[in-house]
Design a protein around this ligand. Sequence first.
Ligand SMILES: Nc1nc2c(ncn2[C@@H]2O[C@H](COP(=O)(O)OP(=O)(O)OP(=O)(O)O)[C@@H](O)[C@H]2O)c(=O)[nH]1
Length: 898
Amino acid sequence: MAETTVKKLADVVGIPVDTLLTQMKEAGLPHTDAGEEVSDEQKQQLLAHLRKSHGAQSSEPSKITLKRRSTSTIKTTGAAGKAKTVNVEVRKKRTYVKRAAIEEEERLEAERKAAEEEAARLAEEEAKRKAEEEEAKRKAEEEEALRREQEAKARAEKERAAEEEKASQEKSKRASVPKTAKKAQKEETEEERKQREAEERKQREADETRRKQEAEQRQKAEEEAARRTAEEAKRIAEELEKRGGEQEQEKSDEEEEKGSSIVRDAVEAGYRTEERQSRRRRRKPRGGGVAHGQMRSSMNKQHGFKSPTEKMVYDVEIPETITVAELAQRMNIKAKELIKAMMKMGEMATVNQYIDQETAVLLTEEMGHTPKPVKGEEEALEDDLANLADYSGVDEVPRAPVVTIMGHVDHGKTSLLDHIRKAKVAAGEAGGITQHIGAYHVQLDKGMITFLDTPGHAAFTAMRARGAQATDIAIIVVAADDGVMPQTEEAINHAKAAGIPLIIAVNKIDKENADPDRVKNELAGKDVIPEEWGGEYQFVNVSAHSGQGIDDLLEAVLLQAELLELKAPDSGPASGVVIESRVEKGRGTVASVLIQSGELNVGDMLLAGAHYGRVRALIDENGKQVKKAGPSIPVEVLGLDGAPEAGEQIQVLPDEKKAREVAEFRQDRDRDVKLKRQQASKLENLFENMGSAEASQVNIVLKTDVRGSLEALIGALNDLSTDEVKVSLVSAGVGAINESDVNLAMTSEAVLLGFNVRADSKAKKLCEQEGIDLRYYSVIYELIDDVKQAMSGLLAPEKREEILGVAEVRDVFRSSKFGAVAGCMVVEGTLYRNRPIRVLRDDVVVFEGELESLRRFKDDVQEVRSGIECGIAVKSYNDVKEGDKIEVFEVKEVARSL
Ligand SMILES: Nc1nc2c(ncn2[C@@H]2O[C@H](COP(=O)(O)OP(=O)(O)OP(=O)(O)O)[C@@H](O)[C@H]2O)c(=O)[nH]1
């Protein structure tokens, strides 16, 4: 400790310098001035003196601390919903002060007081005695003075008589003078005495006042020091409590012990006054300070589960996907531990992340438990379905080949499909309006052919990705004037990979610069050898414009089909594949399906991927309602409860119960798989699928609320493409905008457009971080118009929505006045009573309108800020649910840039 001065020490201790100096003097220290330095030894000497004089106890503790431990059990519900019993151990710690110590202290205090009183009494007596002595002295002096005066007087009298005798004849006038002088002298002495007495009285009074003031000051200083000590002790106790809550009991006890010593140090450092305070505190254990702090800190200890002495080994059931939290729970460990274990294995994961079965099995083994992978609920279900599609007893009959046309951009796929359709379909239908249902079939003299009319291998591969083998034969279109191009090769590779026979249609044969031999040569170089050259591939020269060679092409297809000996049962429950689907206003879900075996009838219970429904109507490619559809026939189905994905299997089931069961199972599975895929989505893969973007183009990532709006927007956006600027939909889908959408937009420099959907919180954050342009729309026209404007460079100021605040619905009450009232928490921005609002469910807009009321407690309010609860009633909307979000927005005019 550094040396200090008397003044500083007095400040620290909180007593007047004079008092401290007196104490120091009593302790035998030489200090007399506030500026003098006090060494550590001197401090110790002072402390020892003070302890001695005030009866401070030795280091023996005068208090005892008792710890009480009680154990009880509570029943709770685990994350899996199972009831479980939890042992709760409560540890309490109380500090009691020894009675004897208190009594001793009280005795000492009383003694001290008595000593002080005695001292005061003695001091008073002394003062009195001194005053009396002084008075006596003064009186003696007065008497002496009087005696001397009288002597002088007598002497003077004598002298005067002698003089008078000597000069009896002389008359003297001076006789009166000494008399007057003497009289004046006597009067003066009397006055002086009175004055002195008054002064002395005054002095005594002043002394008394000063003593009182000093006592008051001392009292104040003591109180101040006591308060400071209490604060300090409280702070230390709180600190200990904080630390203690996070640490083991034993460790925490140690800390407390340490803390107590810190408190002791602090108390000691406060010397006498703080010792007094400490005593006072001990006498009043409930009065805050150390005892209180300690009690709180030990009471706040977290109870811990007693870990079993022997490690339990569990059989852990592992489904195909499982969250980290769920897996941890099944192993009876904390998710944190599991995440740690995963990190050691080089996997980063969050609590709610889904992991696949394989990883989960590894982890379970790693944690020392026995993994029990749950196998084949899905397999069992699919087996079940296969058994239901029972065609035993039904003869297989030849069926029409299903053909896909693939090839490089602009080589004439669409023209070819159109030509065949016009020539072979529409012509046969009186006034028939052909419509696009994703496929059509042509009836020829020699047989029937079904064409899938979504050209390009993207659709083909998308279907294959779902395990659907809808195509029997692939026609590869190669423009005779252009030759083999990258996508020609790709298409050939895809067809070969799928094991599908292919026929080469050398198109644009009508063109002057057509060179079909060049095509043959180039393809032969790629192992596609023409028949006439001894290979196995049929080459047919055609012109989609003039129709030349088209019949030959169709014949080649039929010939190929014959070789394939395509057959299928034409009755029994239908099964097949979804070609495409959408949701149409007024019609509901419209799914184009291709029947592969059996017969689909109106009224059948149809399972389509993760959706199901009773077939309400069947419509063929000419827009005509039909009652049934057999193998290789494409048909539109109305009546499903949702839009299945292209490539999903369809199957007729005997009853709705089974259909529902399977559909629900698949929905759950799809959700899991989707989650997994989102996490695993690799930017490079997404990027690969985008293709080359050499032309000037506007890249768009689009998300919509329903498939219907998605289709409409895709169509409209694609139509915007011009020779100069292409609209490229990098990705388009249904549902909230998620992180992978943002990532995709980022890497492809695309704008992110949400139609009646919102970005989820992670996506929103990423957009903010990366500065991605994220736009929300609720009117198709506005979205299209914005893109159009951007393409033509006419970026006029636009109206843009700004979301002002978002509230989460925590609870819903029914009110007779307002209907449904949502108890909400404002989680973002501010809610305003009079601005337009939307209700979002899973980040998809389900209602748009305005508020009926906005309340805080019982009061109507105009706005509610983030972090505050409020009650909301939405005008004309009573369907608000817990978990919904209510967003308040406003439309602003801003400078446009896309
Ligand atoms: N002269 C001539 N032009 C053709 C023929 N077939 C197609 N075209 C033209 O070639 C261009 C591309 O034809 P599409 O049918 O759109 O080609 P596509 O392969 O479907 O093109 P994408 O859909 O962009 O992949 C169009 O301008 C057609 O008019 C043909 O047999 N002769």
